[in-house]
Design a protein around this ligand. Sequence first.
Ligand code: PLP
Length: 410
Amino acid sequence: MKTYTYKKSQELFKKAAEVIPCGIYGHFSPAPLIPVTDYPFYIDKAKGSRFWDVDGNEFIDYMCAYGPMVLGYNNPLIDAAAEEQRKKVNCGTAPARVMVDLAQEMVNTVDIADWAFFAKNGADMTTFSLMVARAHTGRNKIIRLKGGYHGTAPWMQSPDHHGITFNDNKDIVMGEWNNYEALEKYIHEHKGEVAGIISTPYHHPTFADNELPAKGYWKKVEALCKNEGVVLIIDAVRTGFRLDYGGSNEYFDFKPDLIAFCKAIANGYPISSLVGTNEMMNAASNVFHTGSYWYSAEPMAAALATIRELKRVNAVEKMFETGTKLGNGLIELAKDHGYNMKMSGHPAMPYFRITDDPSLMLHQKWCGECTKRGAYFTSHHNWFMSAAHTDEDIAETLKIADEGFKAIKE
Ligand SMILES: Cc1ncc(COP(=O)(O)O)c(C=O)c1O
């Protein structure tokens, strides 16, 4: 099997490094892609479950733009809905009608939702959720959990990061995933001080196995929040519409007060949403939070079409199935080659790790070997399934993975 080279990507990156800080910053930065010589840096085009880089190499994509692609790149139905709205108006002087239709669709789809608010990025909504929790309770402190990612606003980052000060997160308290006792202790010791808890519905940190909630964890947290008047915020930016149409909390059988969505909501069109219960509506109305493009109607039309299409094609069930097939296939293959592959998290967003080398070096090498043969795998982050991934994609991926195992043995 031929392995890819990335001459044009590397040339472009050199030019980029002169005019763009870091060349490629943030989550697309090549820094965690190891070895970097195994990865493309620039994309040329994409269709369905695949993308092509600037060197013309073709990849089956298991990162799905880090989540937004859920129905396949350039999905004709979603693009047509977006285009129809764009021709009428996208960015105008008042909201378009589609905003109300989309809010109604969110309320009808997401179990706890009595209202929906729209913005662009996940961090717009996780930040808004804190503001709503503080406005609702009149309290300052927010508990977030170690290893949880909610975006890059200063309150979400550790004070030892560049550009962050201790004041930026002075009312942010760190808890621990699945540690109910510590949460309870802190909230009881700081009665009347905690406005909210923000957490993903299951733990999906980078560079580590993902962890599902312990039995009874969420029910206990939900009851604690109710009893203590603490707002329970679920960050479903990554999990939203991949685990359950009604909210990824429904998958784990509990009810938060607020849920932040982004990524899979519009198949790649820029939009995010915070939904909440009636009790939160007054606080959400009182908080001032907006942006130049938050009323753009084209992504709203795309979101409306995406949510309906996800349900029509049984996308959640499909992603669970293909993710499970991929996982079982990789675990078997690894065994055949004498390795142990661990799959963690949810099958629609699986995290894989070859456990034989805890340093992750072997796993990183295998991911790189597969990528340069056409299955784009990262080693530091959970992967994403989409409804566009087919059984043929999985079969082709397993052949590539087999070659990857042979290569790491050598
Ligand atoms: C769980 C989670 N929350 C929040 C965010 C932030 O979203 P954004 O990068 O769109 O601001 C992300 C982004 O990856 C995420 O995975």
